[in-house]
Design a protein around this ligand. Sequence first.
Ligand code: HEM
Length: 416
Amino acid sequence: MFLTLFLLVILLILYHQIRSFRYFSSRSVPGPHTSLFFGNLRQLWNCQSISRQLQLWTNKFGPIYGLYEGARQRVWIVSDVKFLEDVFIKQYSHFTSRKPIAIFLNPNEKYPSLLNAKTEKWKRQRKVMNTIFSTIKLKDLFPYMNSCVTHFLFKLSTTGSSDINIYTFYKRLTFDIICSCCYGLDTSSEEYYQKVEEIFAIDVTQSLWVKLTCLLGSTSFLSQLIEKLYRSQDDFKRFLNGKQNFFQFGEFPRYWIREKVREIVDLGIKSRDDDEKIDLVHLLLKATDKNFTQCCTKHSSFTLRLLPLIFLDDIVQADVYSLHYSLDLWGPTDPDVFYPDRHITQKSQSAFLGFGLGPRQCIGMRFAMSIIKLTLIRLLKKYTVVHSNKLEENWCLQDKRVITPQSCWIRLEARQ
Ligand code: HEM
């Protein structure tokens, strides 16, 4: 009797699994082969770069295909510009949420950040926060950006004419500007910088916790339990660190930084009448009386939207590499060739998704673009950038939460 029941349960699970993995094929949507329980997760976990893997599959299956992240999560991988414009812009009101990255970015938190907030909560937060990135507000922040760039140029001037890895200087500049403009900190401390480096060094997709929650479906009861366990680890470590001195457990850098940022934000709230000091926290507090200070503390690079059109909770994900290197969209000059003029005649607004698309695109885009332009103008006024022999031999792109080079070697020649 018991054995029969057991076999019946196994059969039911298998039936459910097989049925789940027929979702795309029953709609004639192509996709790579799946394995039981995992779907396509094992292929995604084992590849060198997820973005490159998506591009390879696009070459094989075309601009719209389907993936399964476990048996519960269906993902449409799209590089068809019309489809993307429909989802991201025209039918946008149906697709306001970003894919939950369980554990790290849970939209069901009491105070979700702007990045992971869903539907109405997101709309309310975004409306308030849009005001702090207006042209006038950005002008207020300009002197702070400018002084960080001056410091960046000074550091470059001390390197002489040797080959330099400019990427380390850019990272430091970005960090200084965020510290200065977002939190009103004069100069960034080494300790904070180290923690941020540690956070970005973690490959989220390879974390066992994330893998487990992906497998179980991010909204399932078991995933939520795993998430609670994950979060309580740090509290436990802190408790043990406080109880004894002979051995100290390292905290998660992410939680360390969050606590520190909270202290700074609390100081900002206390001194909110101080009009002399301009930072994003102050601008944010001026824009609203409600407590939105939980925002702006998290960041990720994914461009993912929920798609209720096909089935509630399906995800639509842009295959960014296929779009950015499409001959149709960026030709006739070979898309792999450095030819900036191709941007003059962009064939579609969704051909470049560096900052996303539509109402949920990057809120910091204009802020980031101001910094990039300011830095480039001041750098190129002073120096000519020369090719370094070390560039190619050390060039390697890493695809973790954002795609970044490991290093970028150049030489700077002072202009007369
Ligand atoms: C070169 C620099 C940057 C790049 C390439 C970038 C890229 C992106 C991308 C691709 C998204 C997802 C958009 C989508 O889902 O369609 C995003 C969202 C976001 N970015 Fe950025 N970003 C940059 C700088 C910044 C800065 C400086 C800030 C803040 C000061 C910022 C804050 C955010 C926030 C809060 C979101 C979520 C917006 C929302 O969900 O409403 N980003 N960014």
